[in-house]
Design a protein around this ligand. Structure first.
Ligand code: GDP
Ligand code: CA
Length: 337
């Protein structure tokens, strides 16, 4: 079997990272390079809209989730942060009474943030820092931040004392568990944010572009807001295939339904596919994979010009996730040699 030479994936954190594990497993099993790897070059464009300054450190949750997951260092139980983590520094900071106390800063994880912050402060770009961190983790993909510029998602909410305010996405997501009614998402700094080096090329020159089951609003949606990326996705000659993060009307993990409700999109596999829209109609996807239990989504998707199919979409272990990746690749008529 042949595989595309270059696959580019637009990823958030846990949903994207788990999908990538399966994608690499599938590629290594079906198109080996003889050294247990794959001949397919996988480039990941990571969401940096969730990035935040915490206690003087620059934290990039989605980049780190991809890097730790593919590098074998992720906490399997939590899906974020490091395996075997302790939280001594976090507890000491809380004892001083300094905010934010709600952010999960692990001791091992701190090493990554210290290196990143120090490097950024000495003038390296986030792309350069990410490449250096990946030298250590060897994720088996090229991980590019969507932008080297700061553009952070904020959530417009009603504060009992201050009225309508915009709080950082992480405060809404972690501290408030996405339970505070949100009026809108705004990306502060997005007007000035340029795509990081290599990002537009990775989309334009790919043989296949994948939207993994990442949050369509604050992960993939944030990446699409960076200048030029939406247009690159619309115009790439590569097919664009997406996988639904919604199964049976609910996000599998997390609170993506709260994000979808805020932007007026129903929490269903069909509605998210239609929200991305068919590329033939000015949207972002050619094909959309839904869960085998969501067969009623196929008809409206196809009617809108999106090729659609069903497959088991639960990423419970690397084997089922590899099968999911195979189903995703099978959704496009292979155009690669
Ligand atoms: P985050 O940045 O850590 O929130 O991660 P992502 O944006 O990459 O992915 C979050 C999305 O992954 C959530 O909306 C979930 O619905 C989705 N997700 C998590 N686990 C699974 C799974 O096993 N299967 C599918 N299809 N989606 C999943
Ligand atoms: Ca995220």
């Amino acid at each position: 079997m042949t595989a595309p030479a270059r696959i580019t994936v637009l990823s958030g954190g846990i949903g994207g990272a788990r999908f990538l594990v399966g994608l690499l497993a599938h590629l290594r099993a079906t198109d080996p390079d003889g050294r247990g790897g794959t001949r397919t070059e996988v480039t990941v464009i990571g969401n940096t809209g969730d990035d935040i300054w915490v206690h003087g450190m620059r934290v990039c949750p989605d980049l780190d989730t991809v890097m730790y997951t593919l590098g074998g260092g992720i906490s399997a139980e939590r899906g974020w942060g490091r395996e075997g983590e302790t939280f001594t520094v976090k507890e000491e900071l809380a004892a001083y009474g300094v905010e934010p106390t709600w952010f999960g800063l692990g001791d091992k994880d701190l090493a990554t943030h210290l290196i990143r912050t120090q490097s950024l402060q000495s003038g390296y770009t986030l792309s350069e820092v990410t490449a250096a961190l990946c030298d250590h983790w060897q994720p088996g993909v090229t991980l590019l931040p969507m932008s080297d510029d700061r553009a952070e998602t904020h959530v417009v909410v009603d504060d009992p004392d201050q009225g309508r305010v915009a709080i950082h996405f992480q405060e809404w997501w972690i501290r408030h568990r996405a339970a505070l009614p949100a009026h809108a998402f705004v990306m502060v700094g997005i007007e000035e944010a340029r795509p990081a080096p290599g990002v537009l090329e990775a989309i334009a020159e790919a043989d296949l572009v994948l939207l993994p089951p990442s949050n369509p609003v604050v992960s993939v949606g944030a990446i699409l807001q960076v200048r030029g990326i939406a247009e690159a996705l619309r115009s790439t000659p590569a097919p664009v295939v997406g996988v639904s993060p919604i199964i049976g009307g609910a996000p599998v993990r997390g609170m993506a339904d709260a994000c979808l409700t805020t932007i007026g999109v129903q929490t269903s596999a069909a509605a998210v596919g239609l929200h991305y829209g068919a590329r033939t109609a000015g949207g972002y996807v050619d094909a959309w994979l839904v869960a085998d239990t969501d067969a009623e989504a196929l008809e409206p998707l196809r009617a809108a010009g999106i090729a659609a199919a069903c497959a088991p979409l639960l990423m419970s272990d690397p084997e089922t996730t590899a099968a999911l990746a195979a189903a995703t690749l099978a959704l496009v008529p292979a155009r690669w040699p």
